[in-house]
Design a protein. Sequence first.
Length: 102
Amino acid sequence: MKYFLCRFIPPGPDFLKTMTLEQKSLMKAHGDFLQALLAEGGVVAHGPVADPSGGWGMSLFETADNETMDDVRAIVAEDPMIKANIGARYDVLPMLQLRMRE
């Protein structure tokens, strides 16, 4: 298996504090999207990160050995926050190795 750390970056450092009702709805859809991937097994863990310079989200993807960073980018491109084209983005970072509890 291969693992990718995905950092979801909202459209601004204060976005989580200043969201409109429509943006809150998109963020809920974003969470539902990641939760569905978690239920399917493509995501190992996900959640918000309280960074003093601006909040962001973390998701840890697990893929087959033959899948690439581009495959993960194609998945996150389907996130409702990305499809809404409001300035949110993902950084997709391959993990060189991952050690976890069994």
